[in-house]
Design a protein around this ligand. Structure first.
Ligand code: NCD
Length: 306
């Protein structure tokens, strides 16, 4: 149970359509204000707690905080008392006293929810195992809106590790909620969980097709992710799953002119250099959306405390 009277952001699935629209509108305003250099400054401290590696998520949360005029304190498991055996609970309860918002990434599913139980400060889940990464899902939807002008009616092809990638299941849910049709392709054994597909179909009447082959010919958006090696039992198993999984330049030759290729990054062998160089590749523009979207999230969550 999360504590009453505070707003955490733990799962994208907890968000209703109106709330998502609020975040997307607010992020757009933030982007405008950033360009014009007129951000209303706030007071407070954001703590970033990363128990798992991160580049974009951590730095964009920190950048978003600084842009809002907030201070940032950073915890990384490597240089901390976790190395001396301090428990997750003690760590969270301690840092809760030092900050106004906690941004947490952890390899175990459910850890952000647990942190939200321990902390009086609001908690933002920056990725918990293979489970959720709600600020990434918001920024993915924002990037699609920004680049394609809408989500409704789009054909979106989700490709990659649909089983372990915490970005894929919530994205499918969000796309279905906003009226896109979704096509899924993954390496064998890394398919989207069946119940997630059924849920999106039942809740939103969404058109969701599963295909063995990657086929960009009808797509408006292709969203690709890497195989999440760190979630496998062994490197051997991960290597086996990855075998032959790559976005071939021929796939792009079949694509419509305006198709955008997105990726949450980091990208690995699945994006060969010819594909990276293609005019379809828009993942750096996508990553640039992280700051305004995370500003909108932090602003809303801070305001909820008043
Ligand atoms: C993603 C993550 O951590 O889930 N990265 C990110 O936050 N941009 C995707 C990934 O690691 O493959």
């Amino acid at each position: 149970m999360q504590k009453v009277g505070k707003m955490d952001l733990i799962s994208f699935m907890d968000l209703g359509k109106e709330e998502i629209e609020h975040y997307l509108d607010s992020a757009q305003k933030m982007e405008g204000q950033l360009k014009e250099g007129r951000i209303e400054k706030r007071e407070g401290i954001v703590a970033t707690l990363f128990f798992e590696p991160s580049t974009r998520t951590k730095l964009s949360f920190q950048s978003a905080s600084y842009r809002l005029g907030l201070d940032v304190i950073d915890f990384s498991a490597e240089g901390s008392s976790i190395k001396k055996g301090e428990s997750f609970e003690d760590t969270i309860r301690m840092i809760d006293n030092y900050a106004d918002v906690l941004v947490i990434r952890h390899p175990e599913a459910g850890s952000a929810e647990l942190a939200a139980e321990y902390a009086d400060s609001p908690v933002i889940n920056a990725g918990d195992g293979a489970n959720q990464h709600p600020s990434q899902t918001l920024l993915d939807l924002y990037a699609i809106m920004k680049m394609k002008g809408r989500i409704e009616g789009l054909k979106v092809h989700l490709v990659g590790d649909l089983k372990y990638a915490r970005v894929m299941r919530p994205l499918m849910h969000g796309l279905a909620m906003f009226g896109a049709s979704v096509k899924l392709a993954s390496p064998k054994g890394l398919e989207m969980p069946r119940e997630a597909i059924e849920e999106a179909r039942e809740k939103f009447g969404a058109e969701i097709e599963e295909t063995g082959e990657i086929d960009f010919s009808t797509a408006d958006v292709a969203y690709v992710c890497r195989v999440q090696e760190e979630r496998f039992k062994s490197k051997k198993e991960a290597d086996e799953a990855k075998k032959g999984y790559t976005i071939k330049p021929e796939y792009l030759e079949a694509a419509k002119e305006g198709m955008i290729l997105l990726h949450p990054l980091p990208k690995r062998d699945e994006i060969p250099p010819e594909v990276a160089a293609s005019q379809h590749s828009k993942y750096l523009e996508q990553a640039a959306c992280a700051v305004p979207v995370r500003m909108a999230i932090i602003k809303r969550i801070l305001e909820s405390r008043k």
